[in-house]
Design a binder for this molecule. Structure first.
Ligand code: ADP
Length: 410
């Protein structure tokens, strides 16, 4: 039997008006007697109508499947020279996710054949000898349902993938925008800051106290703006996974001194006492020095910002020799952080409402500092967290692998 025949199953029971369209079934079996039996089984189903197309060879079945649309495939496992599983593999290669749900049937059964069929994409495996009208109809109904579910999941997945591609390209656009705006703004900003500094230093003529005060404010505003732009660019690069570390063997002690030196004026201005507990026998650390300074500067800068005049800030470093992990703590005697805020302060753009006028005077940030610090610490395979209670000060802790093995293994 090598011809492809289209047979509409003839109901043996009295005609029954079904609301849904007949299910289109491709029945691929080289045994005409079994093919006929299946059609009889289906014609007895009182719940659905079936439009069965029978094919007696793999070539006919594949051709029919590629040229027509079916709700379900019934494929014999043992066809001459080819298995049902191989047919499904061929169809899957050609049709991808558009392949209809398939049921494989075999005269012998057997776990190995069933597993192979399921691996090739069959939804069910039936043993011919025990197939009944009811069981065949139920298996087809399940397969069709699963096929529909799979189709809707595939469609949703495609939609999500498309949305993701769009988001990525939007994100890249935003990044490019930040990069270019940052470049366009930072160059003239740096020039403005330089001119302010020249006038402030009295190089262009004497400056009175009132003018000095204004110029200092203008210079600080330039610094703040430049910092905001740096934060925006850093955040977009970190988010896009484009930030990389330039790890080198450096002295943590030296880096911390560098960072404290740049904050000397801020400590003095707020009359905040700095207490350092940094061992002087720290070994060299394999970290990105500039990024490390960025993280510690952010923590110390925040400690100064959120501590009232006359308070104190402590910075301590401890080294666990065995694991080669340094723990750096920055503690302050400032306003502290409420529990409900504590869990969110490392979120991007999260800011606690200013608690005191002095916080507003110190200049509100963008709420990016801690999230950038967290990303940078995690890029180093480290951890960062905060401990605090309202009005009890805060402690920010960074645990950083600093040895070659520790930073690679973590
Ligand atoms: P911002 O630019 O607002 O400082 P951050 O990401 O650095 O952004 O900090 C997020 C929030 O965490 C801040 O709005 C601030 O309220 C709170 N915070 C950070 N450090 C401290 C600290 N040492 N004491 C109290 N609150 C802090």
């Amino acid at each position: 039997m090598n011809t492809l025949t289209s047979v509409s199953a003839v109901p043996l029971c009295p005609p029954f008006e079904h609301e849904s369209a007949p299910l289109r079934i491709l029945l691929l079996d080289d045994d005409p007697a079994y093919s006929h039996l299946c059609q009889r089984y289906l014609s007895r189903d009182g719940l659905r109508d079936y439009d069965v197309v029978a094919a007696a060879s793999a070539a006919e079945g594949i051709e029919a499947c590629l040229s027509q649309s079916f709700d379900c495939l019934l494929v014999d496992y043992c066809l001459p020279d080819i298995t049902g599983a191989e047919i499904l593999k061929t169809l899957r290669d050609k049709m991808g996710s558009g392949m209809p749900p398939a049921i494989v049937m075999s005269a012998m059964g057997g776990q190995a054949a069933a597993s192979e069929a399921v691996r090739a994409g069959a939804i069910d495996f039936l043993q011919k000898g025990v197939v009944s009208s009811e069981c065949l109809a139920r298996s087809i109904s399940n397969a069709v349902e699963k096929g529909e579910l799979k189709r809707s999941i595939d469609e949703r997945t495609t939609e999500l993938l498309d949305a993701n591609i769009q988001l990525q390209s939007r994100n890249e656009e935003i990044q490019r925008f930040y990069q270019s705006i940052s470049h366009e703004v930072k160059t003239p900003l740096a020039a403005a800051r330089e001119f302010i500094a020249i006038v402030l230093d009295g190089i262009t003529g004497e400056v009175n106290e009132e003018q000095k005060e204004m110029l200092v404010y203008a210079r600080e505003s330039c610094d703040q703006l430049a910092e905001h732009f740096n934060d925006l660019v850093d955040m977009t690069q970190l988010e896009a996974g484009k930030a990389s570390l330039n790890k080198q063997w450096v002295s943590l002690d030296g880096l911390i001194k560098r960072c404290l030196a740049s904050m000397k004026a801020a400590f003095e201005f707020k009359e905040i006492e700095f207490i350092g507990a940094i061992p002087d026998d720290l070994p060299l650390a394999l970290v990105d020095g500039n990024r490390f300074v960025q993280v510690i500067s952010n923590l110390v800068g925040n400690a100064i910002k959120y501590t009232p005049r006359g308070g104190e800030v402590r910075l301590s470093v401890e080294l666990d020799e065995a694991s080669q992990v340094a723990t750096i703590s920055v503690a302050d005697s400032g306003c502290g952080i409420k529990k409900s805020d504590l869990v969110r302060i490392f979120d991007r753009l999260y800011q606690v409402k200013p608690r005191e006028e002095s916080e507003i005077e110190a200049g509100l940030g963008l709420g990016l500092g801690l999230s950038i610090a967290k990303e940078l610490v995690e890029l180093h395979h480290g951890e960062i967290w905060a401990e605090s209670e309202e009005r009890q000060g805060s402690t920010f802790v960074v645990r950083l692998p600093i040895g070659a093995e520790a930073s690679a293994a973590n």
